[in-house]
Design a protein around this ligand. Structure first.
Ligand SMILES: NC(=O)c1ccc[n+]([C@@H]2O[C@H](COP(=O)([O-])OP(=O)(O)OC[C@H]3O[C@@H](n4cnc5c(N)ncnc54)[C@H](O)[C@@H]3O)[C@@H](O)[C@H]2O)c1
Length: 390
């Protein structure tokens, strides 16, 4: 049996803390250190993780025997930090969106290629069991070719506490970069990966909180499939009201149970908003859930049948009738990310969500913004195919 890979976690915020259960669960990883510049969060990390906690990534990278780093830091830091990790020969798992623009993402791929280290971009909701199972059904060919996939998600993303950069699309903020990264990953996984063109409109309709808060996106794929991604983060109707009352992370959330932010408490000063975000981070993304994660309604249409999620799995409709498929829920999507990362490092199988995959998804995010600004359809040039998972 091989020794576990020694991994450091940089950024002890919402995404970083959400990974702790998966890191503890995967026997192939040993969490050996945390990096967090905020003193208060460093104290919490020391108590929770019982490992050394550093103020800077540079200090972590000086540690002997470190194999890998998980970067859960603000998006605008990803490029420089991935390059720094690669220079030290460390494998990197970086949060989505991969970077704030395509040329930065290209520099990350070049740096990790040159250093011969693994780069994985995740988590995204394409790791959710129902989405993976949809992909398996499509790949099996039992329903014929995939023709159309539509994914709709309505949340209160805009009104949750945020750092200012999270609302600035030039820094990878707003719903197209932050939430579109999930949706475009899902659509690319299910439709073959190769987006040919994007036509989109983005919206910024709350003058008190200016940011890209909604989008409607049409994607054409080279294999003839077409897809839409619709998102509103303005805290109105929830996609749970359209599908079933199960939250993004798999918990029952009827309207009465929903702590839905319809507006930030205003005026919000950046310091109190940061404190509110830090407080929320500890519980923002729970690990174990009774139901499957539900990041909005995703409906797949193939030539011979349709697929959609249910709280416990999938429903397949064909000429033969309705089939409900129960999926195991003993695995969190982040467990899947770590399995993919570990398998790629150990040479078992290449990562699906590698740097080039993340770059292609980021290209879609950029194209959405460009199409909305110009009113034109945008052609894509850096797409990668969905690898077979069988
Ligand atoms: N996959 C998901 O479901 C998911 C969910 C939330 C966020 N994210 C992504 O994770 C990243 C972080 O977002 P978040 O919401 O967790 O933000 P956050 O603000 O909650 O956490 C980021 C943490 O990084 C720390 N940090 C800042 N500079 C640093 C540095 N130089 N080195 C180390 N740490 C540093 C901050 O102090 C903060 O605690 C973003 O890219 C975001 O898109 C992904």
């Amino acid at each position: 049996m091989h020794a576990p890979l020694r991994i450091g976690l940089a950024g002890f915020g919402a995404a970083g803390q959400a990974f702790l259960p998966a890191l503890h669960k995967h026997t192939g990883f040993q969490l050996v250190a945390v990096v967090e510049p905020d003193a208060g969060l460093r104290d919490i990390a020391k108590l929770q993780c019982a490992v050394p906690v550093f103020e800077s990534l540079t200090a972590l990278l000086l540690q002997p025997d470190l194999d890998a780093v998980y970067l859960a830091t603000p998006t605008e830091l990803h490029t420089q930090q991935v390059i720094e990790c690669a220079k030290h020969g460390k494998h990197v798992l970086v949060e989505k969106p991969m970077a704030i623009n395509l040329s930065d993402a290209q520099a990350m791929v070049a740096a990790t290629d040159a250093a011969r280290v693994v780069l994985v971009v995740g988590h995204s909701h394409s790791f959710d069991a129902p989405i993976r199972a949809m992909h398996s059904w499509i790949e099996s060919g039992r329903l014929g070719a995939v023709r159309m996939v539509n994914t709709w998600c309505f949340t209160d993303w805009m009104y949750r506490p945020r750092r200012p950069d999270e609302l600035n699309h030039r820094m990878g903020g707003g719903v197209t970069f932050r939430q579109g990264a999930h949706q475009f990953d899902i659509l690319r996984l299910l439709c073959g990966g190769l987006v040919s063109t994007v036509k989109a409109r983005t919206f910024d309709w709350d003058p008190d909180r200016s940011a890209t808060g909604a989008h409607t996106v049409m994607l054409d794929f080279t294999n003839g499939a077409a897809a839409t991604a619709v998102y509103s983060g303005y805290g109105g109707l929830s996609s749970m009201d359209l599908g079933f009352p199960i939250s993004e992370w798999g918990f029952e959330q009827t309207p009465a149970l929903r702590s839905w932010a319809r507006k930030p408490q205003s005026p919000v000063d950046p310091q109190s908003e940061l404190k509110a975000k830090q407080k929320r981070a500890a519980k923002a993304i729970p690990a174990c859930a009774p139901f499957q994660p539900f990041f909005g309604l995703t409906v797949v249409h193939c030539e011979k049948g349709d697929i959609r999620q249910t709280p416990t799995g999938l429903r397949i409709e064909t000429a033969k009738g309705t089939e409900d498929v129960l999926l195991p829920n003993d695995q969190n999507p982040r467990d899947g990310v770590l399995i993919e990362f570990h398998d790629a490092i150990s040479g078992k199988r290449p990562a699906l969500h590698d740097g080039r995959w993340g770059l292609a998804t980021l290209e879609v995010c950029e194209a959405v913004m460009a199409s909305s600004a110009s009113g034109r359809e945008v052609s894509l040039h850096h797409q990668t195919p969905t690898p077979s998972e069988t």
